[in-house]
Design a protein around this ligand. Structure first.
Ligand SMILES: Cc1ncc(COP(=O)(O)O)c(C=O)c1O
Length: 417
C-alpha cells in the first residue's frame, strides 16, 4: 500500500493552523484576558434586534428564506450594499456587480482560486492579515511584501517593485482602513496613486475593508476602488475589487459579506466558483441581515454605539500602554478599527513575552505571525475591542509586569529572528 501521505494534495503540505487560532483556544479560560483575537465585543451584539428581525423576516418570507437561493446573493441585500458603498466610501456599484459571500474570508478564497496558479506572485502590505496570507499560501502563491509606513502602503515602493523586470504580480492585496494588524490607514492622497500604478502595470487590486465604518476620529476617505482610473467599463484591466462585511458592523457569526466586482469576466468566474463551493450564502441569514440594515435609523444608532464604546477602549489601551510598558516601547495611534500595533524595546522578544503573559493570564499575538519574509522579533498586535476598559487596564498592567521580569532576565530573552 502506498503511504497515506501520498493521498494529500501537495498544496496542503505547507499549511499550518493559524497561530492566532491556537492562541484563541487558550482563551476558553474564563479568567484569561485576551488581546489576541480580532473579536468584537459580544455585549454589543444586537441580540434582541436579530431576534426581532428573524421573527419578522420569517413571518414575511419564511418559505423563500428556507429554500435554495441564487448564487449571487439576495437581490434586496445587494441593492442595499450598492447604496451603502455609494454613501459610505463613494463607490458607484450596480447590484449586479455584487456577490454576497460567506464572510470576506470566502471572498478572499474565491478570488485567489479565480486568479492564482501555483507559483504566481502576489503583493501584500508587510505585515498583513494572517487569514489572507493563509488563503494565498493554500493556492501556492509566491507572496511578496511591500513596504508600508504609518500612512499605509508606500506608493514609491510599489512603483519600484513593479518597475523591476521579473514575473508580473497577479494582484495587490491591501487593507486601507485601520489595517489588520498595524491599525494604519492608507493616506487619502496615496489611494488614487496606488490604483494608478497598479492599473498601469496590469496588476489587479483587492481592497479589503472590514473596519472602515469603525472610525472614531477624522474624516471618511473614499475607497481606493472609487478613485481608480480603470472604471467599470474598461475590461482591459481588472478594476479594483472592494470587500465589505457585516462581521464588524453586526456580528461575525452571521457570516455575510459582499464583494464588489465590476469586471464582468472576473465576476462570472467568481459566481461559478461560488456555486461550486457552496451553491450560495445562506438565504436565511442574508434576509436577517437585510431586515436589520434596511432600517437606517436603527443601523445608524447601532454603529454610533459601537464607535463610542470602541473609542473608549482604544483610549483605555493607549493610556494603559503609556502607564505600564517599559521605556522604549512604541505603539500606533489608530483612528479606528480594532488593533494597536506595538514595538517592544529591541532587547525583548514578543514570543518570550507571550509565554510569560499566558502564564500570568493575558494574551496577545506576536507580530512575527503577520510578516512575509524576515520578521522583527519585538512586535505585537493588541486587540482593544473585546475586553472591557477595566480588563484592558488590568491586562496591560500584567503585560508590563511580564516585560519588566523579562528585562531582569535579559540573558534569557533572545531575539530569535
Ligand atoms: C482584514 C480582514 N479581512 C477579512 C476578515 C474576515 O472577515 P469575515 O468575518 O467577513 O470573513 C478579517 C477578520 O478579522 C480581517 O481582519
Amino acid at each position: 500500500m502506498p503511504p497515506v501521505n501520498t493521498l494529500f494534495a501537495s498544496r496542503t503540505e505547507a499549511l499550518r493552523p493559524s497561530a492566532i487560532r491556537e492562541i484563541l483556544k487558550a482563551t476558553g479560560r474564563p479568567d484569561m484576558i485576551s488581546f489576541a483575537g480580532g473579536l468584537p465585543a459580544p455585549e454589543l451584539f444586537p441580540v434582541d434586534a436579530v431576534s426581532a428581525a428573524v421573527e419578522r423576516m420569517l413571518g414575511e418570507q419564511g418559505q423563500a428564506a428556507l429554500q435554495y437561493d441564487v448564487s449571487e446573493g439576495h437581490l434586496p441585500l445587494r441593492e442595499w450594499v450598492a447604496d451603502h458603498v455609494r454613501e459610505t466610501v463613494g463607490l458607484a456599484a450596480d447590484p449586479d456587480d455584487i456577490l454576497i459571500t460567506h464572510g470576506s474570508q470566502q471572498a478572499l478564497d474565491l478570488i485567489a482560486k479565480a486568479l492564482l496558479n501555483p507559483g504566481d506572485t502576489i503583493l501584500v502590505e508587510n505585515p498583513s492579515y494572517l487569514g489572507a496570507l493563509q488563503v494565498f499560501r493554500a493556492y501556492e502563491a509566491n507572496i511578496e511584501g511591500v513596504e508600508m509606513d504609518a500612512a499605509g502602503l508606500v506608493p514609491a515602493a510599489l512603483g519600484d517593485r513593479l518597475g523591476r523586470p521579473g514575473p508580473r504580480p497577479k494582484f495587490l492585496y491591501l487593507i486601507p482602513n485601520f489595517q489588520n494588524p498595524t491599525g494604519a490607514t492608507l493616506a487619502p492622497g496615496r489611494r488614487a496613486e496606488i490604483a494608478r500604478i497598479a492599473a498601469a502595470h496590469g496588476v489587479a487590486v483587492i481592497e479589503d475593508d472590514p473596519y472602515g465604518q469603525l472610525r472614531y476620529a477624522g474624516p471618511f476617505p473614499p475607497c481606493l476602488a472609487a478613485s481608480a482610473d480603470a472604471g467599470p467599463h474598461d475590461t482591459s484591466t481588472i478594476s479594483p475589487v472592494y470587500l465589505g462585511t457585516a462581521s464588524k458592523l453586526l456580528a461575525p457569526g452571521l457570516r455575510v459579506a459582499w464583494a464588489i466586482v465590476r469586471h464582468p469576466e472576473l465576476r462570472r468566474r467568481l459566481i461559478a466558483l461560488k456555486q461550486a463551493a457552496d451553491l450560495h450564502t445562506s438565504g436565511f441569514t442574508q434576509r436577517v441581515v437585510h431586515a436589520l440594515v434596511r432600517d437606517r435609523h436603527w443601523l445608524g444608532a447601532h454603529v454610533a454605539r459601537l464607535r463610542a464604546a470602541y473609542a473608549s477602549r482604544l483610549a483605555a489601551m493607549d493610556a494603559a500602554l503609556a502607564a505600564h510598558l517599559p521605556p522604549g516601547t512604541e505603539w500606533t495611534k489608530p483612528q479606528g478599527g480594532m488593533f494597536v500595533w506595538a514595538h517592544l524595546p529591541p532587547s525583548l522578544s514578543a514570543r518570550d513575552l507571550l509565554q510569560r503573559c499566558a502564564e500570568a493570564g493575558v494574551l496577545f499575538v506576536p507580530g512575527d505571525s503577520f510578516w512575509v519574509g524576515a520578521a522583527p522579533h519585538n512586535t505585537l498586535r493588541l486587540n482593544f475591542s473585546h475586553a472591557s476598559e477595566e480588563r484592558i487596564a488590568t491586562g496591560l498592567a500584567l503585560v508590563g509586569r511580564c516585560c519588566h521580569s523579562l528585562v531582569k532576565t535579559a540573558g534569557v530573552s533572545r531575539p530569535d529572528r
